[in-house]
Ligand binder design. Sequence first.
Ligand code: AMP
Ligand code: GLY
Length: 417
Amino acid sequence: MRVLLLGSGGREHALALGLADDEAVTRLVAAPGNPGIAEVAEVRPDVPVTDPAAVAALAVDVQADLVVVGPEAPLVAGVADAVRAKGIACFGPGAAAARLEGSKAFAKEVMGAAGVPTARSRTATDPDTAAEALDEFGPPYVVKDDGLAAGKGVVVTTDRDEALAHAATCAQVVIEEYLDGPEVSLFAICDGTTAVPLLPAQDHKRIGDGDTGPNTGGMGAYAPLPWAPPDLVAQVMDRIVHPTLAEMARRGAPYTGALYVGLALTARGPAVVEFNCRLGDPEAQVELALLQTPLTGLLHAAATGALASHPPLRWRPGAAVCVVVASSGYPVAVRTGDVITGAERPGVLHAGTARREDGSLVSAGGRVLACTATGADLDSARRAAYALVDGVGLVGSQHRTDIALAAVRGEVRIPQR
Ligand code: AMP
Ligand code: GLY
């Protein structure tokens, strides 16, 4: 099978490794790719991946049997629709279904119609309505830019002035009730009607240890979750994923691809914090480190409506941990162009890197590397991931030192009623 992969982050490097490892893949092309992906795929760095016509033309040109879309921007732009219009299978929702991530207001509307548990919310386009909504729900305030913001458009704060100031920077803002409880990322691989869950994972969204500082795209992740209730996946599939797929199909926008269900495990049960239309980054890195089932067959089955006859997923025993090494200044003022050393060891995935003409590897984004390791248990996976981090050289880099630590210590608690 010839596969075209879109994207350039750590998630896509993990996908590229999984696809390249799969004997079903005869040719792997990636656009734009990154220096890590270039080691296992032909890269096309100049293709504008949010341009549906350009991607469809590339898919035809490389005679792709399957296009795998990593990030949200091409999906929201309609790349999957353009690829499918050429008769080529595509893993990823069309534009109408990708609105589940592209518009938080739309996602709330779908959840309401499907009876999916989520925070109560209000949408505002002017400061007075925003202020009213803040006072209706009270602190901590949750203020979300309605459009795509790569995980950085959300401010959670007890400071009413800061909440109002963030609302003022957004054309349309969603203000919602605070959900109290540990966060979980659960991804469902969907083919429009059938859905297969991956392992529950946990990301760490804030920049600083102990969940302090601003939100980022994600600073580290681990899976599985030793503290999760045994029926968590079944509950999420029954109450959230299946009703959402049914509602999207009813609206004529069947959902194909990875549905990212961001949850808070509250005293009243799991509630949706957000939907994304793709795998999480860095959660995908830990999922793919543990998945033993060949990736191509799974993604192709999702893309062609054949998941019902796909064999059950097989997972490596043990656990995986990913620690993100970010550049100086991330997420506020990212510094790029610094030389990186120690990135050649297996498990050091490229997230924001570039290769200079002289061959040196330099930082080229906020999240630079995703150091990913497995182990017999969470503690040993964690040690192995941090050993990779310790071997990386990057001036001014930042990483959290507490990824998966609360879980290893048995300190993650779900609030009780
Ligand atoms: P989102 O982009 O919607 O995932 O929001 C980014 C982060 O903000 C989430 O991962 C949570 O940590 C936090 N967040 C978003 N919505 C809520 C909420 N209703 N209650 C508590 N925290 C939230
Ligand atoms: N890790 C969070 C995200 O991918 O949105």
